[in-house]
Each structure stands twice: as structure tokens, then as C-alpha cells.
Design a protein around this ligand. Structure first.
Ligand SMILES: Nc1ncnc2c1ncn2[C@@H]1O[C@H](COP(=O)(O)OP(=O)(O)OP(=O)(O)O)[C@@H](O)[C@H]1O
Ligand SMILES: [Mg+2]
Length: 222
């Protein structure tokens, strides 16, 4: 269970301040597949960053599975992210010098998997996202959609209990989007993984259990 209370995030100082989140409260149950929708600039990525412990709110609190994550120090937050959270970023955030498989490796290696285990798990997950045969390609040698799928494989490799995905299908055609969404839905069902996914696409709505609509830094009441 994720509980956010009165979350505010103000970027910048003085006259250039932006109130990106303006007192957002929400609850997301374990195993929910939640969509976050809303216009560009409404605060969707900002909210995801807060819930994913990638940034701290200016004020307000977040509790995940009974832990008030605001009280954790940086090391504890890092371990929390590593053990429980998976991310797909809007801009992929792949390491350009590493090939597809090595990029997917990273979080498993940090968790102490042996190289053999890593190779096996990574090949499996790359197959699942439709990238068989691309293991040795560098990000610069792949299309935007392929890079996005590497980022998705990396997010899934540790089977996180909570997956945070920021427009994971933004650069995919509808066929590949469907492959990813079906995979998310399956993981959500099989592993009771909580998934929080930002999307602009109307047709994605059928995959979500619930939709949180954002407008001007607030959750819109519908
Ligand atoms: N690092 C930052 N510094 C200053 N302002 C920021 C920063 N990041 C985001 N903002 C501002 O905060 C507001 C919310 O941004 P956010 O990225 O959360 O929007 P979004 O809903 O994800 O938009 P999009 O659909 O375009 O990705 C916007 O007005 C944006 O310009
Ligand atoms: Mg965004």
C-alpha cells in the first residue's frame, strides 16, 4: 500500500518558482494497476519521482508498506529502491557505453547475482520484450522503441514489487505497445505487482484498474 499525504513539490526559488505538485493525497493498494493521465506539465512525472523515492517532496509524506520513507536516510532509500522498486523513465536513461544485455544486467549485478544467473535472466527478459537478437547492440545502434524496451526489461529484471513507468510506450507502435501492456498486465496478475504508469493514450485505459487524473499539480476529482 502506498499512501501519499499533502504532497507538494516546488521547483526553483523566488520569482521562477514552479508549484509542480500542489497538495496531492492518494492511496494505491498492493497489486493495483494504476494509470496516471493528464495534460503535459500537470505534474505526472513529478508525482512518479516522489512515489519512486527519486526526489523528496517539498512538504507532505509518503508511506510505502507501512514505512514512512521520508524518515529514511540516503543509504536506506537506495536499498529500498533497489529491493522494491523498478523504473521506466520517460527518457530511457540507458548507459550509452553498455550494450542491451549489460544495461539490463546493472540492477541484478548490484543485487549480487552471479554473472551466469545475470546472463540467463537478462536473455529471458529481453526475449519477453521482443528483443531477441539485440543483446549485443549498444543504445546508439537501436531505434527509440528498442531502447525503450531495453529500459523496460531493466525495470522488470529484479521483479520489483512496485513498477513505476513514465510513458513506457511513448516511442512504440501499437503492436509493441500491446506486447508491453500485456506483459505488465500479466506481471500484475501473476506477481501481484503494483504498477503505476503514466500515459497519454486513450486506448491504454482498458488495461488500468483505475486512473488518477492530474491537472495543474492536483489530482482532479472525476
Ligand atoms: N527540474 C525542474 N525544474 C523546474 N521546473 C520543473 C522541473 N521539472 C518539472 N518542472 C515543471 O513542473 C511542472 C510539472 O512537470 P512534470 O514533468 O511533472 O509534468 P508532466 O505531467 O510529467 O508533463 P509531460 O506530460 O510533458 O511529461 C511543469 O510546469 C514543469 O515545467
Ligand atoms: Mg512527464
Amino acid at each position: 500500500m502506498i499512501i501519499g499525504r499533502d504532497l507538494k513539490r516546488i521547483y526553483g526559488k523566488g520569482p521562477v518558482q514552479v508549484l509542480a505538485l500542489n497538495c496531492v493525497s492518494l492511496e494505491i493498494k498492493k497489486g493495483e494497476f494504476v494509470g496516471i493521465m493528464g495534460a503535459s506539465g500537470s505534474g505526472k512525472s513529478t508525482l512518479l519521482h516522489m512515489l519512486g523515492l527519486l526526489d523528496r517532496p517539498t512538504s507532505g509524506s509518503i508511506s510505502i508498506d507501512g514505512i514512512d520513507v521520508g524518515t529514511l536516510n540516503e543509504r536506506e532509500r537506495t536499498l529500498f529502491r533497489l529491493r522494491r522498486l523498478g523504473y521506466v523513465f520517460q527518457d530511457y536513461a540507458l548507459v550509452p557505453e553498455l550494450n542491451a544485455r549489460e544495461n539490463v544486467y546493472l540492477p541484478s549485478m548490484v543485487r549480487g547475482m552471479t554473472p551466469n544467473e545475470c546472463t540467463m535472466v537478462c536473455s529471458e527478459i529481453l526475449d519477453l520484450v521482443g528483443l531477441k537478437g539485440r543483446s549485443h547492440h549498444l543504445p546508439g545502434e537501436m531505434s527509440g522503441g528498442e531502447q525503450q524496451r531495453v529500459a523496460i526489461a531493466r525495470a522488470l529484471v529484479n521483479k520489483p514489487t512496485i513498477l513505476l513507468a513514465d510513458e513506457p510506450c511513448a516511442n512504440l507502435d501499437s503492436q509493441n505497445s500491446r506486447i508491453i501492456l500485456d506483459l505488465f498486465k500479466k506481471l500484475n496478475g501473476d506477481l501481484r505487482q503494483t504498477i503505476i504508469m503514466v500515459s497519454h493514450e486513450e486506448w491504454h485505459k482498458t488495461y488500468f484498474d483505475r486512473i488518477i487524473y492530474m491537472k495543474d499539480g492536483l489530482v482532479e476529482k472525476k
